[in-house]
Design a protein around this ligand. Structure first.
Ligand code: GDD
Ligand code: MN
Length: 384
């Protein structure tokens, strides 16, 4: 950049009005909530320099168009429109990264979080030795509103499970409503798992040192417009986040799941083989049937569990199954080939370990599994 240009973009008086607080709001089909939410923010944050970034994952109800329309007359309102992407956590992360203000809040669009808490959160961060302020349903004065027993029980269970990975004492680690200093976020953004719904939990599990944390009570309100996106997928992602934080530094969670399903596949293979033999089939026929059944069940189990977030449906399901057969067959060849190599005399580097059948066989299984995993992740469950 030439010196002349550099001088021209020196801070303008307007820059002194740059926001102090960015509110990041993930949205997926929340059109009817946008205007009421902005009205409430405007009231709650009167006297504060604030802006809001809606991070929208290509809602089909016109949410991003509405946000941009408002943004044309109100520069405090922006839309980060993501196409071909999904995920509450990554939406929040990218929203924070797209802002520059020293304080950032994350809040749902559906009016369930109490915006009246925002000024108190901001003041706490400004004036107290505090890194993160959390809007909490589980401290005195807070509450979960009209949740039924099942949802309350699920939330309670998830809260207890989250203690496994959370290094900080906190009553409501599942809260999706919090504010923090930008430098705190930046210190850990590269370690975030980004998996699923629980961005606060992800942060708390990833921070290098336990943060100074304060919880402010609020009443979780009922949703008025639109519907909740909570489904089995969210539960699955929560499990993946826990597993990733627990063992992800040792082995990728997906591979661990894939390997576990592989073990189940061996059991399926043996049961079918036994049944076919008992039914009078010859060994080769029985083994062939057992192998196909095991490959098929492995494919469907992986499709539902390991790759739930990329689950194949419709004609892609059958194409995926076919590619999985081909890949696993090649995996079997690799398995036998490597086992034979380890078993045979050629592997001098193995010293006394060569020639031990079970060890050679295990080595073959490992090579075959890694092949199956690596290749199927690219060809069978490739991202759309
Ligand atoms: N961009 C984007 N992408 N936004 C999403 C996605 C997504 O894949 N999924 C959900 N959202 C948005 C919704 O539009 C809403 O604004 C917000 O994220 C929360 O989604 P809800 O479907 O309303 O979730 P909830 O009410 O069941 O749970 C929320 O509140 C809990 C209590 O604070 C979440 O914030 C939970 O994380 C939180 O524990
Ligand atoms: Mn909600």
């Amino acid at each position: 950049m030439s010196e002349a240009t550099a001088r021209r973009i020196e801070p303008q008086p307007a820059a002194l009005r740059a926001p102090e607080l960015t509110v990041v709001i993930p949205t997926l089909n929340e059109r009817e909530n946008v205007a009421p939410l902005l009205e409430r923010l405007d009231l709650a944050l009167a006297g504060t320099r604030w802006e809001v970034i809606f991070v929208d994952d290509d809602s089909t109800d016109g949410t991003p168009d509405l946000v941009r329309a408002i943004g044309r007359t109100d520069p405090r309102v922006r839309c980060l429109h993501r196409i071909g992407r999904r995920g509450l956590s990554t939406a929040c992360i990218e929203g924070v990264l797209a802002s520059a203000s020293p304080f950032v809040a994350v809040m749902d669009a559906d009016l369930q979080h109490d915006e009246a808490l925002l000024p108190g959160m901001l003041n706490t961060l400004r004036h107290e030795p505090c890194d993160i302020v959390v809007g909490s349903r589980y401290v005195d004065g807070g509450g979960i509103g009209d949740w039924d027993k099942t949802r309350a029980g699920m939330s309670g269970l998830a809260t207890r499970l989250s203690r496994l990975i959370c290094k900080t004492e906190i009553a409501d680690p599942m809260s999706g409503f919090f504010m923090l200093r930008r430098d705190v976020f930046e210190s850990t953004v590269r370690d975030l798992s980004g998996q699923g719904f629980k961005i606060l939990l992800d942060l708390l599990a990833s921070l290098p040192a336990p943060p100074r944390l304060k919880e402010l009570p609020y009443q979780f309100r009922a949703r008025r417009y639109g519907e909740s996106k909570l489904d089995t997928m969210v539960a699955w992602e929560f499990g993946m986040l826990l597993a990733d934080k627990l063992v992800g530094h040792i082995v990728p969670v997906r591979f661990a799941l894939f390997a576990l399903i592989g073990v189940i596949g061996v059991a399926v293979d043996l049961v079918v083989l036994w049944a076919a033999l008992a039914a009078g089939a010859g060994f080769v026929a029985a083994q062939a049937v057992a192998t196909v059944v095991a490959m098929t069940s492995n494919f469907f189990l992986n499709n539902v569990f390991t790759y739930r977030d990329q689950r194949l449906t419709g004609w892609r399901l059958w194409r995926g199954l076919f590619s999985f057969y081909v890949i696993c067959s090649l995996g079997a060849v690799a398995n036998v080939g490597f086992a034979a190599f380890v078993f045979g005399g050629d592997a001098h580097w193995l010293g006394g370990l060569a020639g031990i059948p079970w060890l050679a066989s295990l080595a073959g299984v490992v090579v075959g599994s890694v092949w199956n995993y690596a290749v199927s992740s690219v060809f069978t469950w490739k991202r759309k």
